[in-house]
Design a protein around this ligand. Structure first.
Ligand code: FES
Length: 186
């Protein structure tokens, strides 16, 4: 039977309409259900990118307190740290520090990088101080720069903590060289 175009199409029967609404509802709920784990997965995938790098340094275990006699000369230690960058977790040397035990529970911890232009300083026992071979900056045992040094500031002292088990942990932080002030590198 042909349909007269001048008359509006007849409404579908009630049963057809209910079936259509039920299908549409199911499709909508299915889509939402599928989107939730997908969004969660995407969040995990992108998580490292959303982590901010900061300038508060990296906490690294350096030594134990009983390995450092009080008043002894500074000891050189590598700093091994675990870092997360993008999707990788790596454990690697990130620098070095000089550690000197000054008391029962006190230390002096210096970054080994010369604040002048970034060479490594050495401890010179005969001079009882630090020396940078690149441009002859010298620093006292307490890290103070000598007046004739080209370095604009003292050696960079680092924060540390001594844990209950006697472990020494240092907050390792790099600073910009060539500045009078300590400017942390993020
Ligand atoms: S880099 Fe140390 S004195 Fe220049």
């Amino acid at each position: 039977m042909s349909h007269d175009p001048s008359t509006p199409p007849a409404d579908p029967p009630d049963g057809d309409r209910r079936g259509f609404l039920t299908k549409a509802l199911c499709c909508g709920l299915g889509g939402v259900a599928a989107a939730i784990p997908a969004a969660a997965g995407l969040g995990v995938l992108l998580d490292p990118l959303s982590r901010k790098s900061d300038a508060s340094g990296t906490l690294a275990r350096i030594a134990t307190l009983d390995s450092l006699p009080i008043g002894d000369k500074p000891q050189l230690f590598p700093v091994i740290a675990t870092r997360v960058d993008a999707w990788n977790r790596t454990t690697a040397p990130v620098g070095a520090v000089y550690v000197r035990r000054t008391g029962e529970k006190t230390l002096q911890v210096f970054h080994t990088t010369c604040p002048h232009a970034g060479c490594a300083v050495e401890f010179r026992e005969e001079k009882q101080g630090y020396f940078c071979p690149c441009h002859d900056s010298t620093f006292s045992l307490e890290g103070r720069r000598s007046e004739q040094s080209p370095a604009a500031r003292d050696l960079d002292e680092l924060e540390y903590e001594i844990r209950e088990n006697g472990e020494i942990w240092v907050r390792f932080q790099n600073y910009l060289t060539g500045h009078k002030e300590k400017v942390p590198v993020a």
